[in-house]
Design a protein around this ligand. Structure first.
Ligand SMILES: [Zn+2]
Ligand SMILES: [Zn+2]
Length: 341
């Protein structure tokens, strides 16, 4: 056996398997067992909590700021609040001076401020390291915070925070955002707002909506919509029914807004799939779409629903879209961006 003349690179200390996290324009990589827990708000203002099996691991908060904010002062206020709470409980608390989480030169952001604190070693959250900044591109102040659990060493959490928050981007590129949660990754145009997200054991479902345009062009239009659903254990779900039967009962007939017709066979990503087309159920909506299509000499394309069986991942997937005629490409672009296995 001959020894290699060159050293091959070894993984980083915390170089455990990572997966992408993408949410409201933010994107980075997190340890594989971290998943979105609670979330609220919009792209303009909101928060996201990422948990592992023992509780909260990462907190992200963001807010639109028209005027240039004072990030350093906000961070000082945040640490003060934590200190007050710890004192009230009679617990130890210390601010880590000179915390190194995100270096100022590394990020093309304004007022990058790193911070850190340590609490009582036995407390459920023993320490925290984070960074805050203002981004003139997305006009948001971002506040990101990685917390340590009971036996975590502060130095380890400081490094982990650096590995996660250093590469954290706060806006997508080219008008598209990457959305990544659990092992799902999909690209969505930034103008679509998150409307609803359900992350349950038996179903993950996320819907994005782009509001109706204002003015004449918006008359009789419905908002544009994209919706992705995923159901586990396809082989069990399809024990007693075909893909078409299952999709009729569990996806098509559950639709509240659109009335879809019969399934037509198609394929998605090389998988057996069914395609439905349909229009609004609400008679007033039908009349107004018809009327304004005539007046404006346009055609409103039908809504589409695709359901497919990904045998490689043993999951059933559904993708629904309602888009304006000029955006018909969006539906296929989004589908192309999705890797179902
Ligand atoms: Zn940004
Ligand atoms: Zn697949």
């Amino acid at each position: 056996m001959s020894a290699s003349t060159e050293f091959s690179p070894l993984p980083l200390l915390f170089g455990k398997t990572r997966r992408a996290l993408g949410w409201q324009g933010f994107s980075t990589e997190i340890p594989e067992n971290w998943n979105p827990g609670k979330f609220s708000g919009t792209r303009a203002r909101g928060d996201l909590r990422v948990d592992d099996e023992n509780g909260v691991r990462l907190e992200l908060r963001w807010e639109n700021s028209k005027k240039t904010p004072d990030v350093e002062k906000s961070v000082a206020n945040f640490l003060q609040t934590l200190e007050k709470q710890a004192k009230k409980r009679g617990e130890a608390f210390a601010i880590v001076e000179d915390a190194k989480v995100v270096s100022r030169g590394k990020k093309r952001k304004d007022q990058v401020t790193s911070f850190g604190w340590t609490g009582a070693p036995g407390a459920p959250t023993s320490c925290g390291f984070g960074a805050a900044w203002f981004c003139p591109t997305c006009d948001r102040v971002t506040f990101a915070h990685v917390v340590g659990h009971q036996k975590d060493k502060a130095a380890k959490i400081e490094r982990l925070a650096g590995e996660i928050l250093g590469p954290l981007e706060c806006h997508g590129e080219g008008g598209w955002d990457s959305w990544s949660f659990y092992d799902i990754q999909i690209e969505i145009p930034a103008e679509f707002e998150l409307a609803r997200a359900q992350m349950l054991l038996n179903k993950i479902e996320v819907e994005w909506i782009r509001p109706r345009p204002v003015g004449l062009y918006g008359w009789g239009r419905r908002p544009e919509r994209l919706k992705l659903s995923r159901f586990p254990v396809a082989n069990v779900l399809l024990t007693d029914s075909s893909l078409e039967e299952w999709a009729d009962w569990n996806v098509r007939d559950k639709q509240k807004l659109l009335r879809f017709g019969d399934a037509a066979p198609t394929s998605v990503n090389g998988h057996e799939a069914v395609l439905y087309r349909g229009g609004p159920k609400d008679p007033r909506s039908i009349a107004s779409v018809w009327l304004f299509d005539k007046i404006l000499r346009r055609r409103t394309p039908p809504g589409e629903l695709r359901v497919w069986n990904c045998q490689a991942s043993n999951r059933l997937w559904a993708f629904e879209n309602e888009v304006a005629p000029i955006n018909l490409h969006v539906a296929s672009d989004v589908l192309d961006s999705l890797d179902c296995h």
